[in-house]
Design a protein around this ligand. Structure first.
Ligand SMILES: Cc1cc2nc3c(=O)[nH]c(=O)nc-3n(C[C@H](O)[C@H](O)[C@H](O)COP(=O)(O)OP(=O)(O)OC[C@H]3O[C@@H](n4cnc5c(N)ncnc54)[C@H](O)[C@@H]3O)c2cc1C
Length: 500
């Protein structure tokens, strides 16, 4: 069979993949894949904003550096932090040039909000739909580029190394067709692993496929147990899979956390109160819950701002509360921690290079070391921009310096087998089981005693999945990715000294 040939394959249409795609000159042929509809990504859900020091009168790179290191428990890679802080501001200005419309004061100055762990107001936003606005603008620019071929509903299932790049196997889930092509370089920008958990803010696409695929090629995967739990999410409704996030910016604008008795409690746990970093607040909620005999009723209260102000500043959150019969201007909002973000991932250097030649990663699937053990709020959108750009620039240097590239519009490839879905029937119960195991053993405080049994069961499930007929079944690929992430998270906690 004949395979199409591209210079660069970008897997992912979130902020990392889109911004990387826009860095390439027009003579470089790009194929950009998204698993579902273009607009569905973790990026599109980002609420609070994007952090960068744009002005130095009241803020500085040093302060942003210190805040990032403190939130990360000083487990961050200082070179990565330095790169983000120095290059983030130019990236933010660049996306404004590309059409992103952040909220501004009447005099045109950008509005800046505050979030937990930040010592200054340095977070640019578009109300509480910052991600959707960034993604709108970047997709518009990407669609204008003749050198970028977009394939939506196309799941990357496998990558294999070739002397001059990679061959890739995909399945188009709209037309149930498998496909095959090759590319000289690959950027994985597949996002997080939230779907491995029972409760997550992440969308359905966040199954960690890129991480598993990189691992099968021998790439180093690092710190997958560095998982962030957001303290303030609303539980999903019956028809929903994901929890609805109540942005940290709500606390930045003065919201208090209350226990079931309507009492503030953060003063018992951290002097930064509701503006402590996320891991600190999530742990405080769990400790307070234990103090109250396991009661999980917690609330976020911002009623002092009133409904009109809240509806204007946080329209999506206000609407989500209204949809649950709540007026957040008059009542406090029920919240509890849930899985939110992955700090670990495919290990990359400052150029986004993995340990496999020609394979790059950017965004949430990558481990840059920037976040340490806990991400500072609003640092992941700028990270995706900075590393997406570096990956693209590094690939361009390789191409221009004469790396061997797959040539011609097509080349011979292996026959594509028809999609075999016989395994699909057993998958839902296996996913549910993995999610329950992770939820119980690796939530805010990992349960060290439960981990060996959970790991043994996940290994059994992985063997079962490996034995299934695997001709590009996209659901099977996803469950394998979830199971791989679960194994890595469990192993990481097993080997980590216990948190206090
Ligand atoms: C509710 C919520 C709120 C957030 N708020 C903020 C915030 O305010 N500020 C901040 O900095 N961060 C925030 N984050 C985190 C941030 O949004 C993400 O970390 C970041 O957007 C991830 O971008 P990405 O490009 O790496 O991945 P994503 O945006 O998740 O995109 C992943 C892409 O990969 C594609 N893909 C995945 N697997 C495959 C496959 N096998 N084949 C083909 N395509 C595939 C998907 O279709 C998708 O297009 C938030 C996250 C969530 C969930």
């Amino acid at each position: 069979m004949r395979m199409a040939v591209y210079d660069v394959l970008i897997v992912g249409g979130g902020i990392a993949g889109l911004y990387a795609a826009l860095q390439f000159p027009k003579d470089v042929q790009i194929l950009l894949l998204t698993k579902g509809e273009a607009g569905i990504s973790g990026s599109a859900l980002a609420q609070g904003g994007i952090a960068a020091v744009l002005e130095h009168d009241d803020d500085s790179y040093e302060l942003h550096f210190a805040d990032t290191m403190t939130a990360g428990g000083n487990k961050n890679n200082p070179s990565a932090v330095e790169q983000l802080i120095r290059e983030g501001p130019a990236a933010v200005r660049d996306i404004i040039r590309l059409g992103v419309d952040f909220d501004a004061e009447e005099n045109g100055a950008l509005q800046k909000t505050l979030e937990g762990g930040h010592s200054r107001r340095r977070i640019m936003h578009r109300r509480d739909q910052t991600g959707a606005e960034i993604i709108r603008a970047l997709w518009e620019r990407v669609r204008e580029k003749a050198n970028i071929t977009i394939q939506e509903y196309t799941v990357l299932c496998k990558l294999a190394a070739l002397p001059d790049g990679f061959s890739a196997q995909t399945v188009n889930t709209k037309f149930q067709q498998s496909g095959s092509f090759c590319a000289g370089f690959v950027i994985l920008a597949t996002g997080g692993i939230g779907q491995a958990y029972r409760y997550t803010t992440n969308p359905a696409i966040s199954t960690g496929d890129g991480i598993r695929i990189a691992s099968t090629l021998g790439a180093k995967i690092k710190n997958l147990h560095y998982v962030q739990f957001h303290p303030t999410a609303m539980p999903p409704r019956q028809d929903e899979r994901s929890c609805f996030l109540v942005s940290e910016a709500v606390r930045g604008e003065g919201a208090c956390l209350l226990n079931r008795d309507g009492e503030r409690f953060m003063q018992s746990y951290d002097e930064r109160l509701e503006l402590a970093p996320r891991d600190v607040i999530s742990r405080a909620i769990i400790k307070e819950s234990r103090r109250l005999g396991g009661d999980t009723r917690f609330y976020l209260d911002i009623t002092h701002k009133g409904s009109a102000w809240l509806e204007k500043r946080f329209p999506a959150i206000f609407a989500a509360c209204s949809g649950r019969g709540l007026d957040m201007g008059r009542e406090s909002v029920p919240v509890f921690p849930c899985q939110h973000y992955l700090m670990g991932g495919i290990d990359v250097d400052l150029d986004g290079k993995t340990t496999v030649p020609r394979l790059y990663a950017a965004g949430e699937c990558a481990h840059t070391g920037l976040h340490g053990a806990n991400r500072l709020a609003s640092n992941s959108l700028p990270e995706a921009l900075v590393w997406g750009r570096h990956a693209a620039l590094n690939i361009m240097r390789c191409i221009r310096s004469g790396y061997a590239m797959p040539r011609g519009a097509e080349r011979d490839g292996e026959r594509c087998e028809p999609v075999d879905r016989t395994a699909s029937a057993i998958l839902p119960s296996l996913i549910d089981e993995i999610r329950a195991l992770l939820q119980e053993s690796c939530f805010v405080f990992a349960d060290k005693q439960a981990i060996p049994a959970a790991l043994a069961r996940v290994e059994e499930i992985r063997k079962k999945l490996d034995a299934c007929p695997d001709a590009g079944n996209p659901e099977l690929c996803e469950v394998k990715s979830i199971a791989f992430a679960a194994k890595m998270i469990l192993e990481g906690h097993r080997d980590e000294p216990e948190a206090v």
